[in-house]
Design a protein around this ligand. Structure first.
Ligand code: MG
Length: 248
């Protein structure tokens, strides 16, 4: 069941989203070659806690950290740890925040110094795919219109979209119905209504769409070892159109 949120509830989700915006500003200022992913996680945790929030990922199904940090061929659910980021890497930082009982979820893939032209293009297309999906978050559209817009944007540029992981409803919990695949035919699934809140999160690969999970049981990597980028926003559907609640 897709839970409809009141304007007051959306306001509270927006407050959680603002904390994520602050997290990303701080990470952007501090991220540099030689930094361990655990240090980035520490920054994420401290900004969230200083803002009165709680890192929503920590302890979620046993996840040990505040952020998922996924480098290069890692798609999602990278474990923060001793691995050091290097010049030219692309680093996905996925953050969930609970604030006063409401949840927001967002991801940025950060470039570390100068990155390859291919990486620039992959990140650019992934952001465009996200925005194309968000533009479909309009009352009266259907759920798969979002999925389709993401897929055609990514594949139109010659890349592929990950199929095994999806976007989701969010707000009263970290993960709610519906699941929002990043691919599919348009004009199917439920009609979109005002008060629905979605985490839309295309994961786009330079090579094929297939992925595998590493032995830690969490970290997802591309099967062919190609680069992957990930961008995510929490978005409310309103009578006036889509509203991004996790502005960075
Ligand atoms: Mg998410």
């Amino acid at each position: 069941m897709i839970v409809i949120k009141s304007p007051d509830e959306i306001k509270r989700i927006r407050e959680a989203g603002r904390i994520i915006g602050k997290v990303f500003e701080k990470v952007k200022d501090f991220i540099e070659p030689g930094m361990a992913t655990a240090e980035i996680d520490g920054i994420v945790q401290s900004v969230i806690e200083k803002s009165g929030g709680r890192p929503a990922f920590k302890g979620y199904k046993g996840f040990p950290a505040s952020a998922c940090i996924s480098i290069n061929e890692e798609v999602v659910h990278g474990f923060p740890g001793p691995r050091k980021i290097r010049l030219g890497d692309i680093v996905g930082v996925d953050v969930g925040v609970e604030y006063k009982g409401y949840f927001a979820d967002a991801t940025i893939t950060f470039p570390v110094g100068k990155i390859s032209k291919q990486a620039v293009s992959l990140m650019d297309v992934t952001q465009k795919a996200l925005m194309a999906g968000i533009e479909k978050c309009v009352v009266g559209n259907r759920l798969s219109d979002i999925s389709h817009a993401i897929q055609v944007t990514a594949e139109g540029a010659g890349y592929s979209v990950v199929r095994d992981f999806v976007g989701h409803g969010v707000g009263l919990n970290l993960h709610e119905d519906p699941q929002i695949p990043n691919y599919g035919f348009p004009n199917s699934g439920p009609r979109l209504k005002a008060g629905m809140v979605f985490a839309i999160e295309p994961m786009v690969n330079l090579g094929g769409y297939r992925v595998k999970v590493l032995e830690n049981g969490w970290t997802v990597v591309t099967l062919d070892g190609s680069l992957s980028a990930h961008f995510e926003h929490t978005v409310a559907i309103t009578p006036e159109g889509p509203e991004i609640l996790t502005l960075w």
